[in-house]
Design a protein around this ligand. Structure first.
Ligand code: ZN
Length: 304
């Protein structure tokens, strides 16, 4: 039997070849990592300060294509203390050039998660690949009116007049990022719950501002019953283990981003906790180990 013989109607996602979700427990906290899909991105964006030969060698070592990469987009749903928390929301569907991303609404349905059951949204930052899903009709119109949207106060403030002078993104990305963040703030302003440095959204679910990638970039730290997991947003990308000093073109402060990354990876290696990050290969659940001046990505064994 070949793959084309497998029934695949292209319907609302219930018969996808791969469900694209992975559930795990962190103590008493339920965690589900959901793939929003993948986004094509120029490989050079992964290492804007690296010599082209070094980047080419790294891509070859990782069995990745030399020019364009598929950038994974992971979202998480966390349940603790009676609250259901969506961490980031993927790309949405307003960008027709990226048809393989923007799957979140369909995959929440496929996972049996009613958008009306979501009590809180935590946003790592306001780049479109993290907030676009909340602007899609299929999700936006089904969220409860008393939804709480948590983000760092510095992030909302930054997007009033964002500075792109240190970024290195392909055109027209900066303009689209600006307009999407501005639309998002207009739509959700009355539901925003800004925090300064950290906020406990639910028992054992703490959102902590790191800065770096954007001034209000934040991570989510889960802790329950001696287990820990960190959702690192865009603090760590795939090259960040081997080459933590490489700058990503989406970083608004690349030097500070590298400091945040190294500090976090060292801490995760010391604590032994699990890591999930937006742009690591799905489901991205892994441990971090120190390897000389760099780090190792150690994938978790899937626990079916
Ligand atoms: Zn991102």
């Amino acid at each position: 039997m070949s793959l084309v013989d497998i029934p695949h109607s292209g319907g609302p996602g219930l018969d996808e070849l791969v469900p694209s979700r992975y559930a795990l427990q962190v103590g008493a906290i339920d965690v589900m990592v959901i793939s929003d899909g993948v986004l094509p991105i120029p490989a050079v964006t992964m290492a804007t300060n690296a010599a082209p030969a070094d980047l080419a060698a790294w891509l070859k070592d990782m069995f990745l294509p030399p020019d364009m990469l598929d950038w994974p987009l992971n979202v998480a749903v966390v349940r603790s203390g009676g609250r259901t928390i969506l961490i980031d929301s993927g790309l949405g569907t307003e960008f027709p050039d990226f048809p393989r991303a923007g799957q979140l609404a369909m995959r929440l349905d496929a996972a049996g998660i009613d958008p009306a059951s979501v009590t809180d949204v935590v946003l790592t930052h306001l780049h479109m690949d993290h907030i676009g899903g909340l602007l899609v009709d299929g999700l936006r119109g089904r969220l409860r009116p008393d939804l709480r949207v948590h983000l760092a106060a510095a992030e909302a403030e930054f997007w009033e007049a964002p500075d792109f002078s240190r970024t290195n993104m392909p055109a027209p990305v900066p303009d689209v990022l600006r307009s999407t963040a501005s639309l998002f703030l207009d739509v959700y302003r009355s539901q925003l719950q800004p925090f300064e440095t950290e906020y406990e959204v639910a028992p054992g679910v703490m959102v902590v501002r790191t800065g770096g990638h954007t001034p209000g970039h934040s991570i989510v730290r889960l802790e329950s019953g001696g287990d820990r997991l960190t959702f690192a947003g865009d603090a760590v990308f795939q090259p960040g283990f081997d080459q933590p000093q490489w700058h990503n073109g989406f970083e608004h402060d690349p030097e500070e981003s590298a400091r945040v990354r190294v500090r976090l990876l060292k801490e995760l290696a010391a604590s032994g906790e699990q890591l999930v990050a937006t742009h690591l290969p799905f489901p991205s659940v892994c441990h971090v180990a120190v390897a000389g001046d760099a780090f190792r990505f150690v994938p978790a064994v899937w626990d079916f």
